[in-house]
Design a protein around this ligand. Sequence first.
Ligand SMILES: Nc1ncnc2c1ncn2[C@@H]1O[C@H](COP(=O)(O)OP(=O)(O)O)[C@@H](O)[C@H]1O
Ligand SMILES: [Mg+2]
Length: 705
Amino acid sequence: MSDYFEKEEVVKEYDSKIAGRIISYLKPYKALVAVALAALVFSTLGELAVPVLQQRLIDRAVMARFLAVKAPEAVTARLSASAQKTLDELYAVRGAIRLGDTVFVPQDERIRISPGSEKELGAHKILDGSPWYAFTFDEKRSGAREAAAARGDLFLTGPAGAAIRISDLAALSAEEREAVRSGDLALIKTTVLLILLILAVVFILTFAETWASVLVAQKVMKDIRLALFKKTISQSTDMLSRNPVGRIVTRLTGDVETINEFFTSVLVAFLKDLSVMAGALVTLFILSPRLGVVVLVTLPPVLVVSALSRFKARDAFRRQRLASSRVNAYLSERLSGVQVVQLFLGEKRSGREFGERNGELFSANMLEMYVYAIFRPIVDFLSVFTTAVVICTGAWLVLNLSLSLGVLVAFINLTALFYSPVMDIAEKYTLLQSAMAGGERVFALLDISEMIPDAGTRSVDGRGHISFRNVNFSYKEGEEVLKDLSFEVKPGEMAAIVGYTGAGKTTITNVLTRLWDIQSGSITLDGTAIRDIPLDELRRTVLPVLQEVFLFSGTVRDNITLGLSLRDEEIENAARAVHAHEFIEKLPQGYDTVLSEGAANISSGQRQLLSFARVIAHNPALVILDEATSSIDTETERLIQLGIRRVLSGRTSIVIAHRLSTIRHADRIIVLSGGRLVEDGRHDELIAQNGLYAGLYRLQFDAPV
Ligand SMILES: Nc1ncnc2c1ncn2[C@@H]1O[C@H](COP(=O)(O)OP(=O)(O)O)[C@@H](O)[C@H]1O
Ligand SMILES: [Mg+2]
């Protein structure tokens, strides 16, 4: 049982077909998906806006340095076309202040000047080397006009505003300085408030994004689980016997869970990471193309490292999944068979075997740890290294006046934002791959369609006339189990089937109830081929008491009705007919006693009586007892047979029994050997024939020859 996990891949390369099919499950939830995506887009924009606002805050409000551009008409006319264009651009900048023939341009806009133009403008003494502080007279800057008028020696004053060299700011009194800079204080306040507001909105959007994506993922999982369950429960016994229960349960739980991860961790988070990275990169280039290139250059090594870690992590993940499923499988098997383990003194051996698997899981987990322990620090280091390069290059550019301090700070923050998802993307890629593998298996199961065909439309009259004509049947191709089998059971007869173990007795039940379909020959019920009878009608008419009793966890009553709505009286009558009523009454809560898992709180004989009561309560026209009486004492068995005959008097029954004493009075005894009918007749006739039946009978009763 622990083997079939090993054949299953836990990871698979990205497959657009599978991804597309997973995504198709989103269709009913378009609105929620739209909410998640919109929240994602806007929260990303918000996150990117913060560093940009920081840059404005530092450059325009805190540093507030201006470049003085003084270009009289006469000089401008002699400039080259590109230098003139640069000048026009500078004049048009937002926040530029014109005082007479000098225009004060915010220092962070200096990057607009190309090195060539810089030289030309410098040669004509158009650019002033020292930084200025410039402002307009407005209501936010109360007292600034007066201060400028009072210190006319330091200020360059125009009708609308004034400017002062940064170096001269120190010469002002504290009050004057405060008056002059009061407008910046207001700007700082509003910008900080704006940043806080954006962060709050990002917080809400992140919540909405998580909420919507988890909700969608859970709804999709619910849908897939239901579809899988419905699909599985109606499959043919053939298909189900080829797929171990454990594997199907894994589909329903583990594999579906990987699809959940696909939505929450992969799809949404992946999109988020990618958009943050792309957005950060674009913003970097807008702020400073030169510094943007620096960040971009450090990207390849990071990608190489994360790709490497991805491969290693995938191997580790694969080993870890395998080891943990081996541990789980072993554990559940040994625990469900714990009595066998204890009785056959297997504790020590089981302990050793479990120890091995447990050790594998330990080393697989450790391997996974190493992968993360090694690669995460490397990626972290690379991101720190990049930041260091950005700071060095940026500082040099700041010193050259080619970059403003605000842009540098924004760069450091954006670089961190850019690198934060890199490692996650590698991890998510592994999740994506496991979702591909899980999805593939889930869809493979969903696509299986091996239901027993149910196209019949013909009704039967329910007398219970059975006829087998030249029936051939095999479970697996080439291994015939029923060979050219023909027999008949007339309405109201009690027929018995005897034969060695493996002769094909249970198989007759299986093909008669169409758990399996025969390959050739014909089986008719009341003259109609069973294939032409709707399955539910067939199964209402023919009901076997299975060789292996299966009781569900639930009350005694539930186990008798199995969902059929029956009156208490009907349930009791059924129980009385098979002599189950007596013991049920003695149970602590009678018919409402809850049977524990596997119905361990009642004896196996009692379990069998319950399964009789179940069949009788469903009142089929034809009952099959498949060696059902083996764990019941002879006396009870006799009583049951009497009861059944009474309940179903005039109806048909087929009894498959080991104990030949119970079938002596059968109307017809069918003797099977190797899937063939070898003898057929009444007890006395068969004894007289002195064939297989007579032999079996003598064996059981040790009767003299
Ligand atoms: N689900 C199955 N798949 C394949 N072979 C089966 C299956 N069930 C039974 N067989 C085979 O069919 C033969 C008849 O089994 P069965 O009808 O259960 O015998 P019995 O007479 O003991 O009830 C056996 O050889 C058995 O191995
Ligand atoms: Mg059997």
